[in-house]
Design a protein around this ligand. Structure first.
Ligand code: IPM
Ligand code: MG
Length: 355
């Protein structure tokens, strides 16, 4: 099992080290190859996604990714910013299906900013389209306005677009995910305003005919944003375009109060995947050994499940994480009075011990 390991920036290297510890403890035949990405790629090779890193990721069966970004790269032109590495990997590897679960662990119920009864037992899954939409639409750029009240001024533009096959394939992923869960799918769009969204709604609806066992509902994105904080437990699986999914999945992750706990998978059609924590690089706490490695450890579990068909090993890791939480071990981000505060390395060690 060949795994490209891309630690990246900020807390990336620290949390990846813990995930590797856990994977090594399974005693399976993993081959890890490391490469720089993001700001680290820029520092080493002058580009956030160096050619050698991309080749390594292409040759591997799965990519384990830490996080990218740091304030010190904020002044770089957009095409050299660390985030471009992630966008480049998604596009080059065809990772169109982004799975972002938001689960509230019972032990962490107090971490949410919402009342316990609103979020207790929360378990939803975002299926976000990841290689289309306004993120990758052309044309984009800047020009001078030709007509109207702003004629002669500068303007910037991006293009929101979706093709039918792009919508169909993400819809299939979402319906299949719903089949393995509570058989409910909510499709999010802005069909009251946008042409792409009307097309999205029609196409998801047509795919739905193949899944009569799954209840499909359509929701406007503004209403979805509201419903997520009003009554998030009404949802099972949500499917969204790239942009809406970016925004709503951050909102959903915060329902759990602990973004440091949430893993994610980005998959191609053949289940090759990139696995990364849902949180970012947190440069403010980098190098201090206090970051929560559990989202990355749980991302490694997702990797075993989706790319290597090792569902049992994935469940072992997930159960080990639950055990450690039940024991009262907490990193700073999920610390509560009465629990035992541990650092990044001690948390990784505890998961290995629980395994
Ligand atoms: C995410 C991030 C990325 C995105 C950025 C870093 C490009 O916010 O994975 O959600 O917008 O997709
Ligand atoms: Mg985001």
């Amino acid at each position: 099992m060949k795994i490209a390991v891309l630690p990246g920036d900020g807390i990336g290297p620290e949390i990846i080290a813990e995930a590797l510890k856990v994977l090594r403890a399974l005693g399976e035949a993993f081959e890890f190859e490391m490469a720089p990405v993001g700001g680290a790629g820029y520092d080493a090779c002058g580009h956030p996604l160096p050619e050698t890193t991309l080749r390594l990721a292409e040759a591997a069966e799965a990519v384990l990714f830490g996080s990218v970004g740091d304030w010190k790269y904020d002044t770089l032109p957009r095409e050299l910013r660390p985030e471009q590495a992630l966008l480049g990997l998604r596009k080059s590897l065809g990772l169109f299906a982004n799975l972002r679960p938001a689960i509230l662990y019972p032990e962490l119920a107090g971490a949410s900013t919402l009342r316990a009864e609103v979020v207790a037992g929360l378990d939803l899954l975002f299926v976000r389209e990841l290689t289309g939409d306004i993120y990758f639409g052309t044309p984009r750029g800047r020009r001078v306005v030709k007509e109207g009240p702003f004629a002669g001024s500068a303007e910037a533009f991006d293009t929101m677009r979706y093709s039918e096959p792009e919508i169909r394939r993400i819809a299939h992923v979402a319906f299949q995910a719903a089949r393995g869960r509570q058989h409910k799918l909510t499709s999010v769009d802005k069909a009251n305003v946008l042409e792409t969204s009307q097309f999205w709604r029609e196409t998801v609806g047509a795919v739905g005919a193949e899944y009569p066992d799954v209840t499909l509902e359509h929701l406007y994105v503004d209403n979805a944003a509201m419903q997520l904080v009003r009554n998030p437990k009404q949802f099972d699986v949500l499917v969204t375009g790239n942009m809406f999914g970016d925004i709503l999945s951050d909102e959903a992750s915060m329902l759990t109060g602990s973004i440091g706990m949430l893993p994610s998978a980005s998959l191609d059609a053949a289940h090759k995947g990139l696995y990364e924590p849902s949180h970012g690089s947190a440069p403010d706490i980098a190098g201090r050994g206090i970051a929560n490695p559990l989202a990355t450890i749980l991302s490694a579990a997702m990797m075993l499940r989706y790319s290597f068909e090792r569902a049992e090993q994935a469940a072992r890791i997930e159960n080990a994480v639950k055990k450690v939480l039940a024991k009262g071990l907490r990193t700073a981000d999920i610390y509560e009075n009465g629990s035992e505060r541990v650092g990044t390395g001690a948390m990784g060690d505890a998961v290995v011990a629980a395994l």
